[in-house]
Every structure is written in structure tokens, then in C-alpha cells.
Design a protein. Sequence first.
Length: 154
Amino acid sequence: MSTPTNKSTTKQDKKSQGFTEAERAAMKARAQELKAEARASKNRAEGERDLLAAVAAMKEPDRAMAKRLHAIVEATAPALWPKTWYGMPAYARDGKVVCFFKSAGKFNSRYATLGFEEAANLDEGAMWPTSFALKELTAADEKKIAALVKKAVS
């Protein structure tokens, strides 16, 4: 009579070696950004400096769109404070992000995104859009964005 063995028929998973280089870099960047956000919440110029540096680091066509969006937000809602948020250009009121720009290059996406957070007054019924895909900015798109930003801060 044979005795059963306790051999596993599946391979054991490799034990995690901790965070990847990319994850460690992201955590370090976020920690630095939190410090910068604290400074930017007290000093609008520092927030704008950080935002413009994030825009300058982008590749085209994201950089051109982010520059144009910055101009639109500044003209439409000067009360919003520029800052970075998870490395992205963002605009805040009372410390809360109202809208942000996510470049396509940051996440290897086929389009950039203009997004709005809960602090934006875009409520319309029981359901409304909170983000928009951007492949380019036409004059008509810029007018729509200006109207959205104006509504968001109303």
C-alpha cells in the first residue's frame, strides 16, 4: 500500500521583493509634491511655478494643450490657484482641486484628459460628465472648456 505524499502540484509564487523602482520613484515624487502643495497653498506664485515646471516637462502635443488650458483657466477663473496634483497641472479653490489636466504621455494613453473633481459645480441632474478626452484643442473646444471652468467655479 502506498502512502500519499504532500507534494504541491502548483508552483509557489515568488515572494515580493517590495516596491519596484517605478513605485519607489512615484512615492518619492508624491512626498515631494505634498511638501510643494503645502507651500503652494500658502503662496500662489509657488504653485504656478510648480505647475509651469510640470507643463514644461511634458512632450508635445501635451505641452501645448496644457499651456493653452492654463491660459483658459487663468482668464476664466482667476480665483483658482494653480498647483500640481499627482504631478499633473491642477487648479484649486480653498485647497480643493476643482480641475486638472492629465497628459497622454504620463500614462501612455491615446488622449489627454481634462478632469473635474467634486469641488467643481458641474452637477446636472443625477448624472454628469467629470472628465473629457482631448486629442487637440480647437477654438470651439476652447470655448466649451472656458464655459465648463466658469460653471465649475460658479
